[in-house]
Design a protein around this ligand. Structure first.
Ligand code: SF4
Length: 362
C-alpha cells in the first residue's frame, strides 16, 4: 500500500529561461533530485528540464534582493528549488511582516499574497499567478460579513485566514489552522461567529461544547471536503487486514467524521512535524488526509523510511503556479502580479491580523 501522488509538472513553455551550459544544468539537476528526494517522480531527466528555471530564478532573487516565500502546497521544485522559506499561512504571514527585503514574492494563492501586503504595506508584494484563487476565500464576501454582524449585533467575528482582504477588514480577529482553537476560546462572551469554513466551525463548536456557541458559515475547502469518514475507515480497515499499524493525520478543514477517525489533527506544519516524530518513534505507516504538498514535504524532510499510505487530493489553485510564472514575475511583473489594496482596507484588515498575533501569543 502506498500513496498515489500526481506527476511532476512540466513547464508550459511560455517563458523561456536563460541558456546554461550542460555542466551547470546537470549540477543543478543533481541538487534538485537530492533536495526533493523523490527520484521516481522527479527524475534526473525531469530536473534537467526545470534546472534552467531554478537557476535563473535564484540569480534574479539575489540581484533584486527578493524574499521568496512558498506555501507548503506548492510543488517541490518551488519549495526546495527556489523558496527561501516554506511553511503554513501563520508562519508565512509573520515572515512576510518581518523580512528585511523590500520585495516579497509569495508563491501561493491570492489571499496569502494579500495577507503579506496587509502586513507589509510599504513593500512590493508579487503574486506570480493572479488567477490562483481558493474555494474558501471565494465562498464569502465583505457584505456577507456585514449581514451577519447586523443579524447578531455585538457578537465577535473570527475569520479563517483563507479570506480576501475585504473580508478580513470586516472581522474582529483572523485565525489560522494552527491557532483557531486557542484564539476562539479566548474571545470575549459566550458566542462567536466563525467564517467561512463550516468544517472548521463544526470542529470548533465540538471543542467549545458547554463553553461557547459558535455561529457557523457555509464555506468549504473543495480539496479537504472530498475526504469522507467512510473512505478513511475503509483505508484503515485495509491497513489493519494487511497487519499495518496505521497513524491517521488530518487537517482541520476536513469534515467531522474524518477528524473522528484521525489520531492527530493539525495545520500543515503540525502534520509534517508529527509525521517526522512518528517515524522516529517507529510508527512508519502514515496516512495524511490533506493536500498532496504535505506528503511531498514529509518525504523531503524525513530521514526515516516512512510508508505514506492512502491518497491525497491536489489543490488546482495551489498548483496553478509553475516555475516559469515565478521567473516571469521576477523579470518584469505585470500589473496583475503586483498586489495593490485599498489603504482603508489594509488598515482595517491589519487590525484583525494584529489581533490574531496578540491572541496567539497570550
Ligand atoms: S487547499 Fe483548499 S483552502 Fe487551500 S487554497 Fe486550495 S481550495 Fe483553498
Amino acid at each position: 500500500m502506498s500513496m498515489d501522488l500526481p506527476v511532476a509538472p512540466n513547464p508550459r513553455g511560455n517563458v523561456i529561461p536563460k541558456v546554461y551550459s550542460e555542466y551547470v544544468i546537470e549540477k543543478e539537476a543533481l541538487r534538485l533530485t537530492e533536495v526533493i528526494k523523490q527520484p521516481k517522480r522527479w527524475t534526473f531527466e525531469h530536473c534537467k528540464t526545470i534546472a534552467p528555471y531554478t537557476l535563473e530564478i535564484n540569480e534574479l532573487k539575489k540581484d533584486k534582493d527578493v524574499y521568496l516565500i512558498a506555501h507548503s502546497y506548492q510543488t517541490p521544485d518551488i519549495v526546495y528549488g527556489v523558496a527561501d522559506e516554506v511553511s503554513d499561512s501563520y508562519s508565512l504571514s509573520k515572515s512576510a511582516r518581518d523580512a528585511e527585503q523590500q520585495i516579497i514574492l509569495f508563491s501561493s494563492v491570492r489571499f496569502m499574497a494579500e495577507t503579506a501586503k496587509i502586513l507589509s504595506p510599504s513593500k512590493l508584494v508579487l503574486h506570480p499567478s493572479p488567477e490562483a484563487g481558493c474555494s474558501l476565500s471565494e465562498s464569502i464576501t465583505a457584505q456577507d460579513v456585514r449581514d451577519l454582524k447586523e443579524k447578531y449585533p455585538g457578537v465577535p467575528v473570527a475569520c479563517y485566514i483563507n479570506t480576501t482582504a475585504e473580508v478580513k477588514a470586516e472581522v474582529d480577529v483572523c485565525v489560522t489552522s494552527s491557532n483557531y482553537l486557542k484564539i476562539c476560546e479566548n474571545l470575549p462572551g459566550d458566542k462567536l461567529i466563525f467564517v467561512p469554513d463550516r468544517f472548521m466551525g463544526e470542529h470548533l463548536q465540538n471543542s467549545l461544547q458547554g463553553k461557547k456557541e459558535v455561529i457557523i458559515y457555509d464555506g468549504e475547502c473543495e480539496v479537504h471536503a472530498l475526504f469522507t469518514g467512510e473512505k478513511v475507515l475503509s483505508w484503515k480497515e485495509r491497513a489493519s487486514e494487511a497487519g499495518i499499524n496505521l497513524q491517521v493525520l488530518s487537517h482541520p478543514e476536513c469534515a467531522a467524521d474524518v477528524l473522528e477517525e484521525s489520531d492527530i489533527i493539525g495545520s500543515s506544519e503540525v502534520l509534517i512535524k508529527e509525521s517526522i516524530r512518528l517515524g522516529k518513534e517507529g510508527f512508519n505507516n502514515i496516512m495524511l488526509i490533506t493536500e498532496c504538498g504535505t506528503a511531498d514535504r514529509v518525504m523531503a524532510e524525513t530521514k526515516d523510511e516512512l510508508n505514506i499510505i492512502g491518497t491525497c487530493v491536489m489543490c488546482r489553485h495551489m498548483k496553478t503556479t509553475l516555475l516559469e510564472d515565478i521567473l516571469q514575475a521576477l523579470r518584469e511583473p505585470s500589473s496583475e502580479q503586483i498586489i495593490e489594496l485599498d489603504k482603508e482596507v489594509i488598515e482595517k484588515a491589519k487590525s484583525s491580523l494584529d489581533e490574531m498575533f496578540r491572541y496567539a501569543e497570550l
